[in-house]
Design a protein around this ligand. Structure first.
Ligand SMILES: Nc1ncnc2c1ncn2[C@@H]1O[C@H](COP(=O)(O)OP(=O)(O)O)[C@@H](O)[C@H]1O
Ligand SMILES: O=P(O)(O)O[C@H]1O[C@H](CO)[C@@H](O[C@H]2O[C@H](CO)[C@@H](O)[C@H](O)[C@H]2O)[C@H](O)[C@H]1O
Length: 473
């Protein structure tokens, strides 16, 4: 598995894992950020004592754990105490009966303010500890003693808010390579783009392949995310066109800055064919995972065939990769910022770092307006349509390029996203599966009415050449 993390150094302590193994195997599947339903076998890849436990102070262990059979690697921060005070009861992982921690209680350290305070202290003082490296932007002061508070949100990672000033995201499922959340937001900060929040400090593992582990950014106090805002307006029967227009402008500004900061590439025929093929492959896999997609698959393939047959050269660049209303924060003053540039969490990291036409993010937002409208009772299709138009108009105004002028590409990305969402919902929120399925039904109907590519347009199954691996979405 190319994406697997390898650690073989002295920090991997087998006796520690032996004592924690049954506790972690029971606890992991109950965590929102854990991708599997079971954790049948664990390997401790690295363990670092950030603070040794004594009778008077809690201990803090940083651990990287590989889970079979998926070979996913997770980052854990384990607290160690003699016993847990009542306020930490929800953090309990278990009582250790053997090995070096026998008689101690192990728990989720991110819920313990004493330990999350220590983590911030590490970020305030850049440096190395075993295989961990703590880094700082060198400019932004981080005051000591900011009160830590775990973020209470449905999320793929775990975040701590410090004194309403900073937010620290601790990545959970980690893969080798620079995490785009850090990479892209640093690039945007260097470009002076104010639509993203500049990384202030971060930490990574350097013992083996580099791994991004955590990211500290300014916290937007009083901000509302686009999803909550949209649902609020919908429930009041309010129009959201102005905000959708502003969101389109914000997206375009981010795209312009990313295209300036990082390499772009022209997608020729072979790339486009390969892009369409990757969408078809994902659809085929999704049909296996979500049988409800099966009846629509032939029609959905038509949308991807149409893309493969369209030889228009297009520009690809780094994009957000998982843009939706929940990733957009509006400050009390009304300015929109975009967060979470990690890409779709379930995709391998090298895939998430590939350049794509900006239409990919645009399609993500179009899907999001549809989601919001579908969540509303009664369903509000006109509200969604108005938002989608306003968003594209706002995008066109700032980018000078209207995404609606390339409907084949936009439809293909929207279809690809809806397929991804069907898998996501089937796994995480089965009650919501009907939302992407309704879109799938619409997209399939539209695709059925599309002209079939003429025989001369037929896409080669295997592109003769792909100029560079990086350029292949
Ligand atoms: N800088 C910030 N300011 C205010 N709230 C934030 C900020 N960053 C994240 N949040 C809140 O935290 C939630 C989770 O953040 P996100 O980066 O999307 O995490 P994940 O990748 O784990 O899903 C967001 O939906 C948002 O409500
Ligand atoms: O925010 P994450 O990076 O964890 O993204 C994942 O979860 C999202 C849901 O929280 C999911 O987004 C889907 O649901 C949203 C409403 O909750 C909707 O606005 C989006 O359009 C829809 O895709 C996202 O796909 C997933 O990667």
């Amino acid at each position: 598995m190319p994406d697997a993390v390898t650690r073989t150094g002295p920090t991997a302590r087998p006796e520690l894992l032996a004592s924690l193994d049954p506790l972690l195997r029971a606890w992991l599947p109950r965590q929102r950020w854990f991708a599997g339903r079971t954790a049948p076998a664990l390997t401790l890849l690295a363990a670092t004592d950030l603070l040794p436990a004594t009778a008077r102070q809690p201990g803090l262990i940083h651990a990287l754990l590989r889970v079979e059979p998926t070979q996913d690697t997770y980052q854990l921060l384990l607290g160690v105490r003699e016993s847990l005070p009542p306020y930490l009861a929800p953090a309990l992982i278990g009582h250790v009966t053997q090995g070096p921690l026998a008689g101690r209680t192990v728990y989720e350290a991110l819920l313990d303010p004493r330990l999350t305070d220590l983590l911030l202290e590490r970020l305030r003082h850049p440096g190395r500890l075993d295989g961990l490296r703590f880094a700082h932007d060198g400019e932004t002061p981080i005051p000591p003693g900011l009160t830590p508070c775990p973020l209470d949100a449905e999320q793929s990672n775990s975040s701590i808010i410090y004194g309403d000033t900073f937010i620290l995201k601790v990545f959970r499922r980690v893969t080798p390579g620079l995490n785009p959340d850090l990479e892209l937001q640093r690039a945007l900060a260097d470009e002076g783009c104010e639509r993203a929040l500049a990384p202030v400090a971060w930490f990574e593992s350097t013992d083996g392949d580099p791994l991004s582990l955590g990211l500290l950014q300014p916290y937007l106090t009083g901000a509302t995310d686009g999803w909550d805002l949209a649902l609020g307006e919908l429930s009041k029967g309010q129009d959201f066109r102005h905000e959708a227009h502003e969101l389109g402008r914000a997206t375009a500004e981010i795209h312009l800055a990313l295209a300036h900061a990082l390499p772009t590439v022209t997608l020729g025929r072979a790339h486009t064919v390969q892009l369409a093929q990757s969408m078809k492959d994902r659809l085929d896999k999704a049909v296996q995972a979500v049988p409800a997609l099966h009846p629509y698959a032939p029609a959905l393939h038509t949308a991807f065939d149409a893309l493969a047959a369209d030889t228009t050269p297009r520009t690809a660049q780094r994009v957000h990769g998982d843009l939706h209303l929940g990733q957009c924060l509006r400050s009390p003053a009304g300015a929109w910022s975009v967060i979470d540039f990690e890409g779709e969490p379930s995709r391998p990291l090298p895939e998430r770092r590939l350049p794509h036409p900006p239409a990919r993010d645009v399609a993500g937002m179009l899907r999001s307006f549809d989601y919001a409208a579908r969540t509303n009772r009664p369903w509000a299709p006109d509200w969604a349509r108005r938002c989608r138009d306003a968003y594209c108009a706002g995008y066109a105004q700032a980018a000078g390029d209207d995404p609606r002028t390339d409907p084949v590409l936009l439809r293909a990305y929207e279809t690809d996203k809806a397929v991804y969402e069907a898998v996501y919902e089937a796994h995480h929120r089965p009650d919501w599966l009907s939302i992407p399925l309704s879109a799938i039904e619409r997209l399939a109907t539209e695709a059925s009415g599309m002209p079939r590519p003429r025989p001369g347009d037929a896409a080669p199954q295997h592109p003769m050449s792909t100029p560079s691996q990086e350029a292949t979405p």
